[in-house]
Design a protein around this ligand. Structure first.
Ligand SMILES: *[C@@H]1O[C@H](CO)[C@@H](O)[C@H](O)[C@H]1NC(C)=O
Ligand SMILES: *[C@@H]1O[C@H](CO)[C@@H](O)[C@H](O)[C@H]1NC(C)=O
Ligand SMILES: *[C@@H]1O[C@H](CO)[C@@H](O)[C@H](O)[C@H]1NC(C)=O
Ligand SMILES: *[C@@H]1O[C@H](CO)[C@@H](O)[C@H](O)[C@H]1NC(C)=O
Length: 345
């Protein structure tokens, strides 16, 4: 271990802990449909280390901002000129990108935000996050497990095909099939993760044709725990006259959330454009959603062309672009056989 590095780290840690690192712990109890979630707020002065952690569950960042909205926070030893502007705040997406899904996350805030939202003001990072708990799914041998995340994507935490107690999936089974309660499959995690991670829903068949049989003669079940992580909405921007392909992983298909051919800001697709072509920022093509959905929804991939020929011209003289947000979902999802339903997403 590098000695100098160790001292530097220690020094940094002391500073972080004692002098500047301000942690406000607001424990708000939000009533969720199934569990109590406590939201935490962490404030870290610019240049120091922000640490998020969950005793149980994983981090889900709700908001993260950089700037100054309060004159007192991170003001110790600062000239008044650096703390008087309290109207400065920008969103920081990096925190959620790096920390969502982890149980502990440390970020060195130095250089985390490239553009200074208020030059001359000493700023700080405010992050609100919750710890989300694992969902569980138990499916008796021969049945289908249907995992789903309403507003997010599945991340498998643990998976076992076997038996770990005498009660689960025991109804009507002979007792000799229930005795071994320390039956663990050696390799269930990999196939389950492969079928489900990153999807909004997935289906699993609990059988030894998929999972090897760890205890012959015992009646087994598939027990899975998983987290619903915030779904990564993907976006695609295609400048006028260009085309692009939207594509999902194998086995997943495109689900369109929003689409617009037009212009809603001045910066997108503005390179080498005259100012007059980028000033109109309320340009919408009302048929965008329909056209993009028809070409892409339910397909594994699709090609989109951003042109007046496809969408007609919603604002003559403005240089336009096609903005699409979409997610990738499982191709089809069958609910457990008992319900006799087939759901197509
Ligand atoms: C973050 O949490 C603090 C304290 O609970 C609250 O005042 C603030 O509005 C929250 N910020 C956002 C953007 O949700
Ligand atoms: C239970 O199943 C495991 C395989 O996971 C096996 O190693 C163990 O010997 C079995 N125990 C009994 C009591 O049969
Ligand atoms: C997409 O763009 C490429 C290169 O600009 C072009 O060769 C191709 O014909 C375009 N495809 C469609 C479907 O417009
Ligand atoms: C979508 O899939 C259908 C059938 O698989 C195919 O015919 C069609 O060309 C695809 N659409 C695009 C835009 O790629």
């Amino acid at each position: 271990m590098n000695h100098c590095l160790a001292i530097w780290n220690f020094d940094m840690e002391i500073k972080v802990m004692i002098i500047i690192f301000v942690v406000l712990r607001h424990t708000m109890l939000l009533l969720n449909s199934r569990l109590l979630i406590s939201a935490e707020t962490v404030v870290t002065c610019d240049g120091f280390v922000q640490r998020l952690s969950c005793d149980s569950g994983v981090i889900r960042v709700q908001s993260s901002t950089f700037g100054r909205t309060n004159g007192n926070i991170c003001s110790v030893g600062r000239p008044q000129g650096q703390t008087s502007n309290t109207l400065c705040s920008v969103d920081v997406h990096e925190v959620s990108k790096r920390c969502d899904g982890l149980s502990m996350c440390e970020l060195n805030t130095q250089g985390l935000v490239e553009h200074d939202p208020c030059d001359g003001t000493y700023k700080y990072y405010t992050t609100n996050y919750t710890c989300i708990q694992a969902e569980t799914s138990v499916t008796c041998h021969g049945g289908y497990a249907y995992l789903s995340c309403e507003n997010g994507k599945i991340h498998i935490n643990t998976a076992n095909y076997g038996r770990t107690d005498k009660v689960t999936c025991s109804e009507g089974r002979p007792s000799n099939e229930l005795q071994n309660s320390s039956c663990y499959s050696p390799n269930a995690l990999a196939p389950v993760s492969k079928s489900c991670n990153g999807l909004e829903s997935c289906e699993l068949f609990a059988t030894q044709t998929v999972f090897t049989d760890p205890c012959v003669g015992t009646y087994k079940y598939l027990a899975v725990s998983y987290f619903c992580l915030p779904s990564a909405l993907r976006t695609s921007v295609i400048c006028e006259h260009a085309n692009n392909t939207l594509k999902c992983e194998q086995g997943a298909v495109i689900h369109i959330h929003t689409a617009n051919y037009g212009r809603t800001d001045r910066s997108t697709c503005s390179v080498r454009r005259r100012a007059s072509q980028t000033t109109k920022t309320d340009c919408y093509s009302s048929n965008s959603m329909e056209i993009v959905t028809n070409g892409c929804e339910g397909n594994n991939s699709c090609v989109l062309v951003a042109s007046n020929g496809v969408f007609s011209d919603p604002c003559f003289g403005t240089f336009k672009y096609l903005y699409v947000s979409y997610s990738c979902v499982a191709k089809y999802c069958k609910l457990p056989e008992a319900s006799g339903l087939v759901m197509t997403l």
